[in-house]
Design a protein. Structure first.
Ligand code: AMP
Length: 120
C-alpha cells in the first residue's frame, strides 16, 4: 500500500534496522524502543488488522510465531523470556495501520496491563 510506512520499509524505500526476515515476515527494531529488546514482526503483505487476514490467518500466525522464535534467539532472550504484543484497533492504540507484533525483552517487563482507576 503506497502510503503505509511499514510497506515502505518492506519495500526498502525507508531504512530500518532489520533483525531477521523470511519470505513472509520482516523483523526490525522499533524506532522508539520501550525495552532493551523491542523488535516489530511485520507481515510483508499489507493487512491492517487480524480480521482482514481472512483465509491467511493460520499461515500468518505460524509465520509470526516462527519469526518470534528466531528473533528471540538472535536477541538473546529465548532463555530469559520475552513478551509478544499486538495492538489491534483504536482501543488498543494501534498507531500504524499495518498488522505487526511487538517483541519486548532484555529486562524484567513488569505486569502485562494496568487496571484503570475506575476498575478498582
Ligand atoms: P502500535 O502502537 O502497535 O501501532 O505501534 C507502532 C510502533 O511502530 C511504535 O512502537 C513505533 O515506535 C513504531 N514505528 C513507527 N514508525 C517506525 C519506523 N519507521 N521504524 C521502526 N519503528 C517504527
Amino acid at each position: 500500500m503506497s502510503d503505509c510506512i511499514f510497506c515502505k520499509i518492506v519495500a526498502g524505500d525507508i531504512p530500518a534496522n532489520i533483525v531477521w526476515q523470511d519470505e513472509n515476515i520482516l523483523a526490525f527494531r522499533d524506532i522508539q524502543p520501550k525495552a532493551p529488546v523491542h523488535v516489530l514482526l511485520v507481515p510483508k503483505k499489507h493487512v491492517v488488522t487480524f480480521d482482514q487476514l481472512d483465509g491467511q490467518w493460520a499461515d500468518t500466525m505460524v509465520s509470526m510465531a516462527t519469526a518470534a522464535r528466531e528473533v528471540s534467539k538472535i536477541e538473546g532472550v529465548l532463555e530469559t523470556g520475552y513478551r509478544l504484543l499486538i495492538n489491534n484497533g483504536a482501543d488498543a492504540h494501534q498507531e500504524v495501520a499495518h498488522l505487526h507484533m511487538h517483541l519486548f525483552g532484555g529486562r524484567e517487563l513488569g505486569p502485562m496491563i494496568k487496571k484503570a482507576p475506575q476498575e478498582g
